[in-house]
Design a binder for this molecule. Structure first.
Ligand SMILES: [Zn+2]
Length: 237
């Protein structure tokens, strides 16, 4: 479209200069001047005649004002902006994967990672006549656990039933809870980034085999089904 618009503009200008009866009319005063005054330089007279008798549009000015050309320039600028935005998002994802998290996704403008490698062994909900407040992801002791997203460490240490746990408060107020961990690598009050290794899978507390017990607490403290919450952010088990 850009080339077409430019050519069309050029043709319009060329016609005015050289084509058809208009061009002949433009040349006529030159012939008259030549007969009457016989200037030394006929070329100079020719140029003077065109400049003096007609206000011809500048072909460059025609192109600059062509609304279609302006749209093309805007589209190009937009494409450059989109390219920059994609590069910025790719950088966020890359940073989230830097510590070894298996997957990372952008949700809004925030990175979320798959918190550990392993397989789902227990769902959220009623289990053995009591409420299981999270999901269990089984894996060998020592398997890295990554911060789900940017957060501040709310708690890191022993907790009844959880053995040793890490609780993260995300930027939006949601909290993620990582239970039965073997070791924690973070301290209360510490800032962590999405994908940062915070702990490793263990078998401490009320646990019958090494696994990550993951809970998600909403801002008001209610426990959310982690599978649904994760799936919304692109993470599946
Ligand atoms: Zn559990």
């Amino acid at each position: 479209m850009a080339a077409g618009a430019v050519v069309a503009g050029g043709q319009t200008a060329a016609t005015t200069f050289f084509g058809g009866d208009d061009a002949v009319a433009a040349l006529q005063p030159v012939a008259a001047v030549t007969k009457e005054a016989a200037p030394a330089d006929p070329e100079a007279a020719f140029e003077g005649a065109i400049g003096g008798n007609q206000l011809l549009p500048d072909p460059l000015a025609v192109d600059a004002l062509d609304p279609e050309s302006m749209v093309d320039v805007q589209n190009l600028a937009k494409a450059v902006d989109i390219g920059r935005e994609l590069a910025r998002q790719a950088a966020i994802i890359e940073a989230a994967l830097a510590d070894g998290a298996p997957e990372a996704y952008l949700y809004g403008d925030t990175a979320y990672v798959k918190p550990t490698v392993g397989h789902l062994t227990s769902l959220f909900g009623s289990r053995w006549g009591r409420q299981h407040e999270g999901i269990d992801i089984a894996g060998p002791i020592g398997t890295p656990i990554y911060a789900l997203t940017d957060a501040v460490v709310e708690e890191s240490g022993p907790a009844t039933g959880y053995g040793l746990w890490v609780v993260l408060r995300h930027t939006d107020g949601t909290q993620s809870v990582y239970g039965h961990v073997n070791r924690s690598f973070v301290r209360e009050g510490q800032k962590v980034k999405a994908g940062e290794e915070i702990a490793e899978i263990g078998n401490r507390g009320y646990s019958t085999g090494p696994h990550l017990h993951l809970e998600i607490w909403s801002k008001d403290g209610s426990k959310i089904n982690p599978l649904t919450w994760l799936r919304k952010r692109g993470i599946r088990y």
